[in-house]
Design a protein. Structure first.
Length: 365
């Protein structure tokens, strides 16, 4: 074959390649949601003179094309493996791997954020609480606290983080729980701690607040595989995990009310367990205001927990020591509205937050 014939074959093959790629992009089934990344994917923009003239069409088209091209998940994994194994990159999209744990770098400590958070908590104390309330605060370290040394990556000084909070908390008694935790107490592919690992944390919190708990728990394993939020972001092949949850006499007997949606909910939602984020099985996930009532309580003792998502897993372990626990999440509800639903008279109050939320307190209302 002469050179002109070869050029013709190359042109035909290139044209076919473009045509096949175009047809795949047009007719290949498009997903609206990425289960692995837990986000809504961009859709193709409408072609109008206005969007083209403003330059929006091409930018939105590029975003949508990157989100919906064929075999996207497979290419994400290939890219991540190439970056990790061939180019030895330490992260993929800001997600780091340390042994068989995945985490997102939380660095540096944001003093402005901590000050903002403390001012918000002080505001709540001034608005609703009196000397009759027992007021407590505890900080939950994220798992980077335990991964930093072995990974060699930049890390916050978590002791300094706790000291900063403790030294500026004259409105609450500080309860340390970081010494009870280690990396194995967290999911390998997710942000959160494992409920079956934190009974000792619940016990210390309760005892520090003057309550006593029942340690008679039964461990259950949720059916199905669990892949945490970092799994999809890392785009690397990791083994699935299990979610375990604890039951006991008080947990089985208690009633839970979701004020946000005006409904009764279970302590452990099997509907949520089968959804996009199985961790939301604990008290049905991110809700602004939830009350747990314990009909087996031996005394009329109430607790209000100001919390983030870590609180969903530990609250059921505290219920045996209280007749009622209310969980408030001020990321979704303004503190000024709490008085309409919560009776603060004579109750214990626990501010329980992870370092991840305190270091990004702009989420507080």
């Amino acid at each position: 074959m002469d050179s002109r014939g070869k050029d013709k074959v190359i042109c035909i093959m290139f044209t076919l390649f473009l045509a096949i790629g175009f047809l795949l992009c047009v007719f290949y089934p498009k997903k609206e949601y990425s289960d692995s990344e837990r986000r809504k994917l961009s859709s193709m923009p409408r072609f109008t003179v206005k969007t083209v003239w403003q330059g929006r069409f091409m930018s939105e088209f590029e975003t949508a094309a990157a989100d919906t091209f064929p075999f996207r998940e497979q290419f994400r994994t290939l890219k991540a493996l190439t970056a990790a194994e061939i180019f030895r990159r330490g992260d993929n999209n800001g997600i780091y791997v340390s042994g068989d744990f995945i985490s997102k770098l939380e660095y540096p400590m944001n003093e402005d954020s901590l000050n903002r958070a403390l001012l918000r908590l002080q505001y709540i104390c001034g608005k609703y609480l009196t000397e009759e309330n027992g007021v407590f605060l505890s900080v939950i370290p994220d798992k980077n606290c335990f991964l930093a040394k072995e990974s060699g990556r930049p890390s916050m000084d978590y002791r300094a983080f706790e000291d900063y909070i403790r030294q500026r908390t004259d409105f609450a008694e500080y309860i340390t729980v970081s010494d009870l935790l280690e990396k194995e107490d967290y999911y390998k592919t997710d942000t959160h701690w494992r409920q079956e690992q934190i009974a000792d944390v619940a016990k210390r919190l309760a005892e520090s607040m003057g309550a006593s708990l029942s340690d008679d728990y039964e461990v259950h394993t949720l059916e199905g595989d669990f892949y945490g939020v970092y799994y999809g972001q890392a785009a690397l092949p990791f083994a699935p995990e299990e979610i375990k949850y604890l039951t006991g006499e008080a947990i089985n007997a208690c009633k839970v009310y979701d004020w946000q949606n005006g409904r009764d909910i279970p302590v452990y939602s099997m509907e949520k367990a089968g959804g996009k984020d199985p961790y939301e099985m604990f008290l049905s996930g991110p809700l602004s205001l939830v009350t747990i009532e314990n009909p087996l309580a031996k005394e009329d003792r109430r607790l209000v927990i100001f919390r983030d998502s870590f609180g969903s897993a530990i609250a059921p372990l505290l219920i045996s020591g209280y007749s009622e626990i209310t969980l408030a999440d001020i990321r979704y509800m303004h503190p000024d509205n709490l008085g309409k639903f919560v009776d603060f008279e004579g109750c214990d109050v626990l501010f329980l937050y992870s370092t991840l939320v305190l270091n990004h307190s702009e989420t507080f209302k």
